[in-house]
Design a protein around this ligand. Structure first.
Ligand code: ADP
Length: 394
C-alpha cells in the first residue's frame, strides 16, 4: 500500500492526512492549531480514536515534531510503513510551476521568489516544506499548486488590460486558485455524468470562494486573479470591485497601501457587509431579520448568478453546476436561491433533494432539468495524493 502524507501549512495552522491515493482511505488525519500563539493544540484522528495534545508549539519544526510523536503514539507507524511521499499544498505557482513538482533546493528558492505574488499564503507553505524536509529527509517532498489546474486558461481569459510592462516585467495576469478542488470536483461531475465532454461551473464556496468554468476537463475561466482577492464575495475578501475604489479611499480617507490591503482582504466580504465572516452566523442573523445580513446574502447570490451566466456564455453551453466547500456543501438555502434564478438555462431544482439533510455527493436538480446541479464534497487531500503518485510513477 503506498500512502502519501499530505500537508497543508497555513500561517498558524497545519492540516495533515495520511491517505491511500488508490482507495482514498484516510489512515490518519490531524490538525495543529495556534502555532506560535497561546494555547496551541494538536488533534490526531485514527478511525474513531482521537489523540489531543495541548502543548506549546512555537513553530513549524515543533509542529512536525508533535505530528511525528502523534503518529508514533497513536499510529500508523510511519517508521514501519513510510509514506511514498510528502505532498504539500502550495497556493501560488506563478508562471514557473504549472504541475506538481518534486521539491529540491532550487524549487524551494523559486517558491520563495514567488512570495510577492502571494504574500499571505506562500511564506507559510514554504516554512511548512522546510520543516517537513527536516522531519522526513528520506522522503520525496512534492509541491502541488492551487494555480496548476488553471494552466489551460486561454490568453483572452488570463490577460488583464494593463500596461505591457506590468504584464511582462511583473507577471501580472490571472492565475486562479482552488485549482486542486476545481479539478477534483469537475472530474467527479464527469464521472457522475459518465462522459468527459461536460461544460461545468464549479462553485467552491468556503472561507475563500471561487468559480471555475471547466470545459471538457479543462479550466478555461476562473474568478480569482493575480491573487485570491478577485471574484466572488468571500468571508473577509471583497471579490470584484471597481479598481478605482482604493484610489478614491486613499484620497478621501487617507488610507495607505497597507490599510487598503487589510481592509479588502480582512474586513470586507461577509464581514464587511454583515459584520461576521462566517456564513452560518450571517444566515442566523438574516433569519432573525437583520437587514444587513439579508442584504449580504443578496449580494452573494447576485454575484454567483452573474458568474454562472458569464461562464455559460464563455463555454457556449452549460451541462452542470457543482457546489462544494463548507457553504456550498452545507447550505441548501443558498443553493436554492442560486438555482431558482437560473431558469433561463433550464435549471429545475429538486427542492426535496436539495433540502434533504444528506451528506456526500448528490444531484439536486429534477429529472426535467436541462442542467444537472450537484453537491460534491471536495477532497483536495486525495487530489494532492493522486498527483504525487502520478508524478513519482512518471
Ligand atoms: P475553508 O475555505 O477555510 O476550507 P470551509 O470550506 O470549511 O473553509 O468553509 C467555511 C464556511 O463554510 C464558513 O462560512 C462556514 O460558515 C460555512 N459552513 C460550514 N458548515 C456549514 C453549515 N453546516 N451550514 C452553513 N454553512 C456552513
Amino acid at each position: 500500500m503506498s500512502r502519501v502524507l499530505v500537508i497543508n501549512a497555513g500561517s498558524s495552522s497545519l492540516k495533515y492526512q495520511l491517505l491511500d491515493p488508490a482507495t482514498g482511505e484516510v489512515a490518519a488525519a490531524g490538525l495543529v492549531e495556534r502555532i506560535g500563539e497561546e494555547g496551541s493544540t494538536l488533534r490526531h484522528t485514527v478511525g474513531e480514536s482521537v489523540l489531543r495534545r495541548a502543548v506549546p508549539i512555537p513553530d513549524a519544526a515543533e509542529a512536525f515534531a508533535q505530528l511525528s510523536a502523534a503518529f508514533a503514539e497513536a499510529g500508523p507507524d510511519l517508521q514501519a510503513q513510510p509514506p511514498v511521499a510528502v505532498g504539500h499544498r502550495v497556493v501560488h505557482g506563478g508562471t514557473r510551476f504549472s504541475a506538481a513538482t518534486v521539491i529540491d533546493d532550487d524549487v524551494l528558492a523559486t517558491l520563495e521568489d514567488l512570495t510577492p505574488l502571494a504574500p499571505l499564503h506562500n511564506p507559510a507553505n514554504v516554512v511548512g516544506i522546510r520543516a517537513a524536509r527536516a522531519a522526513f529527509p528520506e522522503l520525496p517532498q512534492i509541491a502541488v499548486f492551487d494555480t496548476a489546474f488553471h494552466r489551460t486558461l486561454p490568453p483572452a481569459a488570463y490577460t488583464y488590460a494593463v500596461p505591457k510592462q506590468w504584464r511582462e516585467d511583473y507577471s501580472v495576469r490571472r492565475y486562479g486558485f482552488h485549482g486542486t478542488s476545481h479539478e477534483y470536483v469537475s472530474r467527479r461531475v464527469q464521472s457522475l455524468l459518465g462522459r468527459d465532454d461536460v461544460a461545468t461551473v464549479v462553485l467552491h464556496l468556503g472561507n475563500g470562494c471561487s468559480a471555475c468554468a471547466v470545459l471538457d476537463g479543462q479550466s478555461i475561466e476562473t474568478s480569482m486573479g493575480l491573487t485570491p482577492l478577485e471574484g466572488l464575495v468571500m468571508g473577509t475578501r471583497c471579490g470584484d470591485i471597481d479598481p478605482a475604489i482604493p484610489f478614491h479611499l486613499a484620497r478621501v480617507a487617507g488610507l495607505s497601501v497597507a490599510d487598503l490591503d487589510t481592509a479588502l482582504n480582512k474586513q470586507s466580504g461577509l464581514k464587511g457587509l454583515a459584520g461576521d465572516n462566517d456564513f452560518r452566523a450571517v444566515v442566523e442573523l438574516a433569519d432573525a431579520g437583520d437587514a444587513d445580513a439579508i442584504a449580504a446574502i443578496d449580494v452573494v447570490v447576485h454575484r454567483l448568478i452573474k458568474y454562472i451566466g458569464a461562464y455559460a456564455a464563455v463555454m457556449g453551453r452549460l451541462d452542470a453546476i457543482a457546489f462544494t466547500g463548507g457553504i456550498g456543501e452545507h447550505n441548501p438555502a443558498l443553493r436554492a436561491a442560486v438555482l431558482s434564478r437560473l431558469a433561463v438555462f433550464g435549471v429545475a431544482v429538486d427542492e426535496a433533494a436539495n433540502a434533504a439533510p444528506a451528506a456526500g455527493e448528490r444531484l439536486v436538480t429534477g429529472p426535467g432539468s436541462r442542467v444537472s446541479a450537484y453537491v460534491i464534497p471536495t477532497n483536495e487531500e486525495l487530489q494532492i495524493a493522486r498527483e504525487c503518485v502520478a508524478l513519482l510513477s512518471r
